[in-house]
Every structure is written in structure tokens, then in C-alpha cells.
Write a protein that binds this ligand. Structure first.
Ligand SMILES: C[S@@+](CC[C@H](N)C(=O)[O-])C[C@H]1O[C@@H](n2cnc3c(N)ncnc32)[C@H](O)[C@@H]1O
Length: 212
């Protein structure tokens, strides 16, 4: 399902600042070589992540789902001088690729890459989060949310990606285990009264949550 009309997408891309050369390189290389390149956030969402980071000037960011490093590099843009981004991926191949890109960026010294299951790594990180980006396996979203929420500072933000899951959440009955997991996550979030919520119709849907 085309969630965004291609003409609207192209128009928005045209009037958005282009990616910096390293982001462009990650994107091009991933598209040319990775069988699941569609997982990469891409230009518009990447710019949104950068803008959010610049707006918040966070000290601690957690990213769940590093992939080839594109979104992590975007999120790191607005970190404070003493800021750190922790990013987790279960696949060593991805964290190796991402770490090599991070090392070439201006933010390399502010990024900590963790390889392993986010369910095990998140509890071991002794941090208080200003911003969390949830973008790993969809069946884990509720668990990831519950692992990070106690350590999210008041007025801290969570962004959760793919909350339309390619439009599957609109189907009745909902298709596939990831589509179902995302719908369950969206319902779960809707039912909580300790969050301010906004679902952004950007790319595949981004849930923006503020801890009240
Ligand atoms: C959608 S991709 C992330 C895309 C990336 N954030 C970006 O925008 O470029 C999801 C990533 O989550 C990772 N992943 C899946 N299950 C995971 C788990 N249990 N713990 C950590 N990472 C996981 C996958 O290996 C994959 O690289």
C-alpha cells in the first residue's frame, strides 16, 4: 500500500535539505547491497530525527535497532557536548557496518554500539533517557517500551517507528504477526494515561510520545 502519495513524497523531498554526504553514502550503499534496505529510515524521516535531536538537545539517546547506522547518525546530530547515543542491534553484521560509519562521522565519540538482544542490553544500561527511538522487531515493541519507560525522564520522548506497518494495521482482521504486534502496541499506548501521544503520518507512521 502506498501510504503517502508519490507526488507528495517527491514534493516534500524536494523542499527538504539534502542528506549530508556520509548519510547519502550509507543510504546508497544499503540500497545497493542490503536485501532489507527498505528498513532504513531514509531522507525525510532521517531529517525529522535530526530536527528532533536539534530541538531537544538530548544528553542521552537510546536507539533500539541500529541497522546500517543511518538513523543513529541522524539522532546523534543534536546531542549535547557531553551527550551519548546508545544504539543496539542483534545482528553483528549490522553493528559492524554502522560502527565503521560512526567512526567516520563527527559524532563517533558520542555513539556507543551494542550487539545483542535489546531485551538483555537495555536493563544493563544505567542511564536516564531524554529520547528513545524504538525501531527493532515489531513483536518486541511493548516489551521495549516497558523496559525503557521507567528510565525515561519526565517530559522525555519516545519515537516508535512503523506504527502503520505498511498499512497492515488498517486491515480487518489485521495481517501477519508484525502487523498484529504493532496494532497491539498502538492499542496499548492509547490505553495509557501517563503519556501525551501523537501519531505522525510520516513514512510508515511514527508514534511520538511524551512522558507526562
Ligand atoms: C528496521 S531496522 C532498523 C532501521 C534503522 N533504525 C534505520 O532507520 O536505519 C530493525 C533492526 O532491528 C534489529 N533487531 C531485530 N530484533 C532485535 C532485537 N531483539 N534486539 C536488537 N535489535 C534487533 C534488526 O537486526 C534490524 O537491523
Amino acid at each position: 500500500m502506498d501510504l503517502i502519495h508519490p507526488q507528495v513524497q517527491a514534493y516534500a523531498e524536494k523542499y527538504t535539505s539534502p542528506d549530508e554526504p556520509l548519510l547519502r553514502e550509507i543510504c546508497d550503499h544499503t540500497l545497493a547491497n542490503h536485501p532489507h534496505a527498505g528498513m532504513l529510515s531514509g531522507h525525510l524521516q532521517g531529517k525529522w530525527l535530526q530536527m528532533v535531536s536539534w530541538m531537544l538537545r538530548p544528553r542521552r539517546i537510546l536507539e533500539i535497532g541500529t541497522f546500517t547506522g543511518y538513523s543513529g547518525l541522524c539522532l546523534a546530530a543534536g546531542l549535547t557536548e557531553d551527550g551519548l547515543l546508545h544504539t543496539i542491534d542483534i545482528r553483528e553484521e549490522e553493528t559492524g557496518t554502522a560502527a565503521a560509519y560512526f567512526a567516520r562521522s563527527a559524532f563517533g565519540h558520542k555513539i556507543r554500539v551494542h550487539t545483542g538482544d535489546a531485551r538483555e542490553i537495555i536493563p544493563a544500561l544505567d542511564e536516564q533517557w531524554d529520547l528513545v527511538f524504538i525501531d527493532a522487531d515489531k513483536t518486541g515493541y511493548i516489551e521495549y517500551f516497558n523496559l525503557v519507560f521507567p528510565r525515561l525522564r519526565q517530559n522525555g520522548f519516545i519515537l516508535a517507528d512503523n506504527v502503520f506497518f505498511h498499512g497492515d494495521v488498517l486491515e480487518e482482521p489485521v495481517k501477519g504477526k508484525s502487523g498484529k504486534a504493532i496494532r497491539d502496541f498502538n492499542e496499548y499506548i492509547l490505553g495509557r494515561n501517563d503519556l501525551e501521544k501523537m501519531m505522525l503520518t510520516l513514512r510508515d507512521g511514527l508514534y511520538l510520545l511524551r512522558k507526562i
